[in-house]
Design a binder for this molecule. Structure first.
Ligand code: AMP
Length: 285
């Protein structure tokens, strides 16, 4: 496995692979890799000849009061996990390599999709995400890029951005990997103590109960479904709900009465961590 720190080296490596008719798979991450990231690497490994994982904690997507400095980092651990997953290249650029001079004047904004849910709670977050992913796609060139449904809104935004800008990257969605309790794996789970980690399982319980009310219970009123999720999260003393929403799975817009392909999404603070999770539900037509 090769560790690459510069944009020009990664470009050379991918150009060389494509010149030999090798398919390139890209797995963008912020590092502190876990089994969720590993499932993306395995999907990329199964479908491509050269697999690159990027490890970059992107300052652009953190708000002024967010956890940029505290965000967990462990490049040695990341290299070991990536090597074990059969990755070929790890691209770990310094901030100065990605943002020479410390800033970019160009920002990518996916309007509509980026405005609600996480976008409303974390202003500017998705502009930072779309901008760095546009840069990574530009550096990587034509490839397949693997993203987790765990960050569902991000997945929709990145997919739309690549389509809108005619970037030759196929975005491949991958299912969320969870602990046995239902808690979605996340680098930010490292902020939780045992009691908080147990409490954090409430997100998936609330999502499953609400998805069941829609798919099996026949509930069609979004306010009832959202109220149900809020009530279940509210029963967990250590959880502080940010939002609980049910929206159209592709546009992320409100649907009333509930119909078609839906996505239920929750954000909540548990102790020092702000956690997000989501599940799908379909109303049969
Ligand atoms: P992050 O390092 O948190 O920015 O995540 C990098 C990629 O891994 C994103 O596409 C995430 O959606 C994905 N990811 C993170 N956690 C999980 C998980 N539990 N299951 C599947 N994919 C995940």
């Amino acid at each position: 496995m090769q560790l690459v720190h510069t944009i020009s080296e990664l470009r050379r490596c991918h150009d060389h692979a494509r010149a030999n008719a090798h398919r390139v798979g890209l797995v963008p991450t912020m590092g502190f890799l876990h089994a969720g990231h590993r499932s993306l690497m395995e999907a990329a490994r199964a479908e491509n000849d050269l697999v690159t994982v990027t490890v970059f904690v992107n300052p652009l997507q953190f708000g002024p009061n967010e956890d940029l400095d505290a965000y967990p980092r462990d490049l040695d651990g990341d290299l070991a996990l990536a090597a074990d997953a059969g990755v070929d290249v790890v691209f770990a650029p310094a901030v100065a390599e990605m943002y020479p001079g410390g800033a970019v004047a160009t920002s990518v904004r996916v309007s509509g999709l980026a405005d609600q849910l996480e976008g409303a709670s974390r202003p500017g977050h998705f502009d930072g995400v779309a901008t760095v992913v546009a840069k990574l796609f530009s550096i990587a060139g034509a490839c397949r890029a693997y993203f987790g449904e765990k960050d569902y809104q991000q997945l929709q935004i990145v997919t739309r951005m690549a389509a809108d800008l005619s970037i030759p990257v196929d975005v491949v969605p991958c299912p969320t990997v969870r602990e046995p309790s239902g808690l979605a794996l996340s680098s930010r789970n490292s902020y939780l103590n045992d009691e908080q980690r147990e409490a954090a399982a409430v997100l998936k319980r609330a999502l499953d109960t609400a998805a069941g009310a829609v798919a099996e219970g026949g509930e069609r009123d979004p306010a009832v479904v959202e109220g149900l999720m809020a009530r279940i999260v509210g029963q967990e003393a250590l959880a502080k709900l940010d939002y609980a929403r049910v929206v159209h799975a592709a546009t992320l817009e409100a649907v009333n009465p509930l119909a078609g392909r839906l996505r239920l999404l929750i954000a909540a603070r548990i102790g020092p961590a702000r956690l997000i999770d989501n599940v799908g539900a379909t109303v049969p037509t």
